[in-house]
Ligand binder design. Structure first.
Ligand SMILES: Cc1cc2nc3c(=O)[nH]c(=O)nc-3n(C[C@H](O)[C@H](O)[C@H](O)COP(=O)(O)O)c2cc1C
Length: 228
């Protein structure tokens, strides 16, 4: 892995990362995908347990997964493996979440009243936003909660490693709300839990939704320095 030790591009890879929500219809080379997964698995995990299990869907398998989840989504039913968001919203989280939503829809010219437009944009989640590769990270259920932490580190690496190959991602919790369907399609039982998914591919450079560069709270808002 000398190639990585010599790479000084980490700051640019991390600093320039953003969620991409429209991908080009271009494949990701097999060996590139394998290198990205190999780099992602360099993530630390408690006791080096490496609890993440990765399921890649492409081609017909991706289409099947999309159709299966969209069919349930259309009914209004959910079968979550867990709920990513809090049941009761409070500040500052509510405003932050609203802002990314409003900004996205504004870029796409979808108005507040255009419920159908919003719903269609949300459905893009279940097509991996047109990406050729969909990645599910799954853990054995008794690894909750620590397995979430380790899987998060894996997914963080994935997003950055992808950029080092000129690829982009969108990490996705939307699929988790259809965990039972996802597991069924992947051939997994109740003893597994879907942590999150990621769309991976080449960003569409002409897509307005890919231009968003979201804000972050300044360091002093989320950090306390204890010194005396
Ligand atoms: C665990 C996780 C789950 C997410 N789930 C979704 C999702 O289901 N759909 C989506 O469009 N974006 C999803 N996102 C992307 C966030 O909305 C995005 O990271 C956030 O708004 C910050 O924007 P940025 O990634 O462009 O910096 C998710 C991100 C993370 C880390």
């Amino acid at each position: 892995m000398d190639e990585e030790r010599d790479d000084v591009g980490a700051r640019a890879a991390i600093g320039g990362r953003r969620s991409v929500r429209r991908f080009l219809d271009l494949p990701v080379a097999d060996d590139t995908l394998r290198r990205i997964l190999e780099l992602s698995a360099r993530a630390a995990s408690g006791g080096n347990l490496q609890p993440w299990q990765v399921h890649v869907v492409r081609g017909a398998a991706l289409k099947r997964m999309s159709e299966a989840v969209l069919a349930v989504h259309e009914t209004g039913a959910e079968c979550p493996d867990y709920r990513y968001y809090p049941e009761v919203w409070r500040e500052p989280y509510l405003s932050r979440r609203r802002k990314v939503g409003f900004d996205l829809y504004a870029r796409l010219g979808i108005t507040r009243e255009d419920k159908a437009g919003r719903a269609e944009q949300f459905r893009q989640n279940f097509r991996f936003f047109g990406a050729p590769v969909g990645i599910f990270v799954v853990i054995e259920r008794d690894f909750v909660p620590a397995g979430f932490l380790d899987s998060g580190l894996f997914l963080g690496n994935l997003a950055i490693a992808a950029r080092s190959f000129g690829l982009e991602t969108c990490l996705q919790a939307a699929w988790v709300y259809y965990g039972a369907v996802v597991r069924r399609e992947l051939g997994l039982g109740d003893d597994h839990l879907v942590v999150a998914a990621a769309a991976l591919g080449h960003a569409d450079p002409t897509a307005p939704e890919n231009e968003a560069f979201t804000e972050r709270a300044p360091i002093d808002e989320f950090t306390v320095f204890h010194e005396s």
